[in-house]
Ligand binder design. Structure first.
Ligand SMILES: [Zn+2]
Length: 319
């Protein structure tokens, strides 16, 4: 890892750099700077508090704001797209690329904000996300399933990947044969790396988690035998076929906890406890040497959000 003014960044092969988004803790959420010869783009923008860091790293690497041609958000959850408006204000030539179901929320973030206030509460929303800034409609381009974009020295290929959210696409980079996966390929925190490689588990955040489409999206991502995945949470992972298997097993496992405890009067606590036990067991099998306390600290927020997403799915799925 290198650092610009204490901003953690890691540069991978092929001009892909992950920049820490400053979300809750270091190395929880990242944004990617993709340097492509004559062009440069951001994939994921984090929240409003990420914006100054993205600008600083981009400029430290010798680019000017007007050099940024594209800003891409995999989906409109706020840890991925909450800073889109504030960043676009500083990038006069950039076009924002968004999913067909996400674009309208970038143009008018009112409903997005109301939804997030419902999930997180007003106090946390104001503290973490701040004011969502609309992006002018003329600067937003919808990317449909199968669409392509030439970015300097590479082709980007967009596919629709429902399951984590219906407004989610993933982006394949021809130069590095890697996918920018947003949240479709789960979470993999670098603190859990061991000699066995990366530890990965699904994110089932409210309100559109749906296990079958999510597994189908994962299968679609690995069908073209990618060399790596660029996760928003957090960084590049390799060994993608092993991780895809873990991801699919994990989706079944988490949905299964939901089914098992659906009728329990203490459903939330039961699902959280089962998920925590399963994750902790997985970490030990993986050879993670952190203490229980350290592991729980890294997992706690995801267990809460994942459980909320599973419960929402249980209560709203079609019979
Ligand atoms: Zn996320």
């Amino acid at each position: 890892m290198t650092a610009y003014d204490n901003i953690s960044v890691e540069e991978y092969a092929g001009g892909v750099t992950v920049i820490d988004a400053d979300f809750h803790r270091e190395h929880m959420a990242g944004c990617y700077l993709v340097e492509a010869g004559s062009e440069v783009a951001f994939i994921e923008v984090g929240t409003n508090s990420s914006t100054p860091r993205l600008m600083k790293v981009m400029e430290a690497r010798g680019w000017k704001p007007e050099d940024v041609s594209h800003v891409i958000v995999t989906h409109v959850h706020l840890d991925h797209a909450g800073g889109a408006g504030s960043l676009m204000q500083l990038l006069p030539e950039a076009t924002l690329l968004a999913h067909p179901y996400g674009a309208r929320h970038m143009i008018d973030p009112a409903r997005l904000e109301a939804g997030a206030r419902g999930v997180y509460g007003d106090e946390m929303f104001d503290r973490v996300y701040g004011q969502l800034i609309p992006v002018d409609e003329s600067r937003v381009r919808i990317m449909e399933d199968g669409d392509e974009l030439t970015l300097g020295n590479r082709q980007l290929h967009f596919i629709d990947t429902p399951g984590h959210a219906r407004h989610h696409f993933c982006v394949h980079d021809s130069l590095t044969n890697g996918w920018f996966t947003g949240d479709t390929f789960g979470l993999s925190y670098r603190e859990f790396d061991t000699e066995k490689g990366a530890f990965l588990f699904p994110t089932t955040t409210p309100v559109q988690f749906d296990p079958e489409p999510l597994k189908q999206s994962v299968r679609r991502l690995v069908a073209n035998e990618p060399d790596c995945m660029y996760l928003t949470h957090y960084g590049r992972v390799k060994d993608v076929q092993r991780l895809a298997k873990k991801m699919i097993e994990g989706v079944d496992k988490l949905a299964g906890f939901g089914e098992k405890y659906n009728d329990s009067p203490s459903r939330t606590q039961k699902i959280e406890a089962a998920m925590t036990e399963w994750l902790m067991g997985g970490l030990r099998d993986h050879g993670v040497k952190l203490t229980d306390e350290e592991c729980l600290h890294l997992l706690r927020a995801d267990v809460k959000l994942n459980t909320a997403g599973i419960e929402f799915w249980l209560d709203h799925r079609k019979p």
